[in-house]
Write a protein that binds this ligand. Structure first.
Ligand SMILES: [Zn+2]
Length: 126
């Protein structure tokens, strides 16, 4: 995730972005040359949540960017996405992502939102 963000931010690394994109998930019309181009100035990456389960992972992030040439007075735009990744041959590859994702479903094993300190399944979900 961080390396792909960095590749987007630096530009000129379209080959790497294609290589770390699931071959059956990438838009066949999308080329490394297109990915080489920086569409905007990327300012910072904020990782909100990450889960890894074997060869699958999800990462929720906010990437802050500003159109090229816009001064610091321009409010940055925020791309908020929850991405799916799959690891094959030791390399994590991007599958797809949901823009402005709804909050992840609360887990029955997570602390109960009522604040009791018990797991939800042993509290209000019992
Ligand atoms: Zn409760």
């Amino acid at each position: 995730m961080r390396s792909r963000y960095t590749a987007f931010a630096l530009g000129g690394l379209g080959d790497y972005l294609v290589r770390t994109w699931e071959a059956d998930a990438i838009d066949p019309a999308l080329t490394a040359e297109q990915l080489d181009r920086q569409e905007q100035q990327w300012l910072r990456l904020e990782i909100l949540d990450a889960h890894e389960n074997g060869a699958k992972a999800t990462v929720e992030f906010k990437a802050h960017c500003r159109p090229f040439g816009a001064g610091p007075a321009v409010t940055p735009q925020v791309l908020h996405e929850r991405s799916r990744f799959r690891r094959r041959q030791g390399l994590w590859r991007y599958i797809d992502g949901i823009i402005d994702p709804p909050p992840a479903a609360a887990s029955r094993n997570a602390p109960c939102p009522c604040g009791s300190g018990k797991k939800a399944k042993r509290c209000c979900l019992r």
